[in-house]
Design a binder for this molecule. Structure first.
Ligand code: AQP
Length: 335
């Protein structure tokens, strides 16, 4: 089968900080096994990174880091299209058209908007509210068949599906309605310090998240100090959110079912379990970090990857955008 006949997958991360174990287990690790079966578009969605206060130099550094980590985690640029969202003309334009079909109330109901706007000192700008419309445009611009997302992004994907249907009904059949694709394990990794909220790269407390680039001793320290629950049994249960989260991580890292891990650590206590988990996470991330170090030094290689990716992405984006503009009634550009 030629590459163009494969179903199209599109998914990306935003360079709003250093990638976490949550980004890796809930997303990137699952994407890396899709390269054969799907035509994969992996944008780094940098336009999304400016909805919160940020420092431009950090954004640039995190963008390069994200690119090098994508590749180090197994997103092979020879078998996928890796590019920066801001390099492609079309994301912002399509999001404008889609925003004119989006009830504002739908955006106010988004969990992520509610959480982020409630953070102390948050600047609640229109971009933060509008973010899911831009995300819908990211997906629909490429007419993606499936979108691998963590549980936390399901609500945003639902909006993208609604907007595809609404556009098709308002104008005429244009967009595929994208399907979610959630990995079997690691769907939602929670904070190590507060397992009621997800592990996020932009949290202020460094103990909350293992970062992909954390040195082994830091990873060990963070996991050993992760909050656990009363009792000492290593067992998944609704009233044990801390240990349940650590079991999810263990299972996602090793590929072993949670029940098997519970059996192995029956009667062992939290301390022994955490030490084994730290070893497993370190063993998983060490080769990624090793590959990362080689890639991040090689700017010319990274620029080559971005150039190759954007050429394919832009061609596809222009095609969709001109179709959308025509259907929306804009006069064709005079060439
Ligand atoms: N804790 C998580 N568990 C599972 N999956 C997660 N993802 C993020 N956090 C977790 C998934 O990673 C992909 C890339 O995420 P993103 O960078 O685009 O945005 P995000 O979900 O907002 O990630 P963060 O880390 O929480 O960033 P900040 O703190 O800046 O908002 C997505 O597929 C996401 O589902």
């Amino acid at each position: 089968m030629s590459q163009t006949q494969k179903p199209l997958i599109l998914t990306g991360a935003k360079p709003s900080g250093e990638l976490t174990l949550g980004n890796y287990l809930g997303a990137i690790k699952n994407w890396a096994v899709m390269l054969e079966e799907y035509e994969c578009f992996f944008p780094i969605v940098d336009l999304h990174a400016i909805t919160v206060r940020y420092v431009p130099a950090d954004l640039r550094r995190w963008t390069y880091q994200c690119l090098a980590q994508y590749i180090a985690c197994g997103l092979d640029p020879a078998r996928s299209h890796i590019f920066l969202q801001s390099h492609v003309t079309g994301h912002a334009e399509l999001s404008w058209v889609l925003s004119c079909l989006t009830p504002v109330g739908d955006l106010h109901r988004m969990t992520q908007f509610k959480e982020k706007s409630a953070r102390p000192g948050a600047s609640v700008n229109a971009g933060l509210l509008y973010y899911p419309v831009l995300m819908a445009a990211d997906i629909l611009l490429y007419n993606a068949d499936r979108v691998p997302v963590g549980e936390d992004q399901k609500q945003h994907l639902e909006l993208a599906r609604n907007l595809a249907q609404r556009f098709n009904q308002t104008y005429s059949e244009t967009f595929k309605v994208p399907e979610p694709f959630i990995g079997k394990t690691g769907g939602r990794i929670m904070s190590l310090q507060d397992p009621s909220k997800k592990m996020s790269k932009s949290e202020d407390n460094p103990g909350e998240a293992v970062l992909l680039l954390d040195p082994p001793e830091v990873i060990r320290k963070k996991i050993l100090s992760a909050v656990t629950d009363s009792g000492k049994e290593v067992r998944r249960s609704d009233d044990k959110p801390g240990i349940s989260n650590l079991l999810t991580i263990f299972s996602a890292v090793t590929g072993r079912p949670i029940e098997k891990i519970e059996d192995e650590f029956a009667g062992a206590g939290y301390g022994t379990f955490k030490k084994a988990l730290a070893d497993a996470v370190i063993a998983e991330l060490e080769p990624v970090q090793e590959r990362y170090r080689g890639i991040i030094e090689d700017k010319a290689y990274m620029h080559g990857v971005l150039k190759q990716g954007v050429d394919v992405a832009q061609a596809r984006a222009y095609k969709t955008l001109s179709k959308v503009f025509r259907k929306a009634g804009f006069v064709d550009r005079i060439r």
